[in-house]
Design a protein around this ligand. Structure first.
Ligand SMILES: C[S@@+](CC[C@H](N)C(=O)[O-])C[C@H]1O[C@@H](n2cnc3c(N)ncnc32)[C@H](O)[C@@H]1O
Length: 194
């Protein structure tokens, strides 16, 4: 098991208490219908899905999929799937809701992942994201950019300085955003139009 995979839950624990848990709840509460969660990790969102939810949870790491399988609530209908965001193993227009939390910072190809999210959503379907992103503060951004190379190596390809909001707006013209911690973390709520 990689260091990142074994340390993820203990590392996240204080952050969950400080606010991440609350943000997860806000995002997951909006899910409805046929749901796809991308990059499910150790399953830290699973507890927040309403009873009887039908969720496909995609995760590339077998170790994390195993951990996630232990957090599936008994009153839901989960299917764990191997795969990556850039090549989703689902037909076009399959899902009412696509969810991803703290994942677009780590994918290899940000725009391809967003295109895939758009492809598998039904028309009128919702993309719900929670991401840490590049700050608009020039000094803060310089700091994020300076530590990004080392950070990526330590934390599973996690990029500190991605302009995820702009990338999502390119493919989803209808996006509402709620910022947290200044503008360091953002909840994006986008609808697939057309
Ligand atoms: C920081 S963790 C977040 C896990 C979980 N979503 C959460 O909120 O706790 C990043 C996750 O993204 C997954 N990941 C990395 N690259 C990915 C990709 N290309 N497609 C899908 N998931 C990916 C990792 O395996 C890991 O589970």
């Amino acid at each position: 098991m990689g260091l990142f995979e074994s340390l993820y839950d203990p590392m996240m624990k204080p952050l969950e208490w400080l606010g991440v848990q609350k943000w997860r709840q806000l995002v997951i509460n909006k899910a409805h219908g046929q749901i796809l969660e991308i990059g499910a990790g150790t399953g830290n969102n699973f507890a927040y899905y309403p009873a009887n939810s039908v969720v496909y949870a995609l995760e590339p790491s077998p170790v994390l999929r195993q951990k996630a399988s232990e957090k599936i609530p008994s009153n839901t209908n989960f299917t764990l799937v191997e795969g990556i965001a850039e090549k989703l193993p689902f037909a076009d227009e399959t899902f009412d809701t696509v969810i991803s939390t703290l994942v677009l910072c780590s994918v290899n190809d940000l725009e391809q992942a967003i295109r895939e999210m758009q492809r598998v959503l039904k028309s009128g379907g919702r993309l719900l994201l929670l991401e840490h992103v590049a700050t608009r503060q020039p000094l803060g951004l310089a700091l994020q950019t300076a530590i990004n190379p080392a950070w990526k190596r330590m934390f599973g390809n996690c990029h500190l300085n991605r302009n995820t909001v702009a990338a999502v707006k390119k493919y989803f013209p209808s996006v509402a955003t709620i910022p947290f911690v200044g503008d360091l973390v953002v909840h994006l709520d986008a609808t697939k139009t057309g």
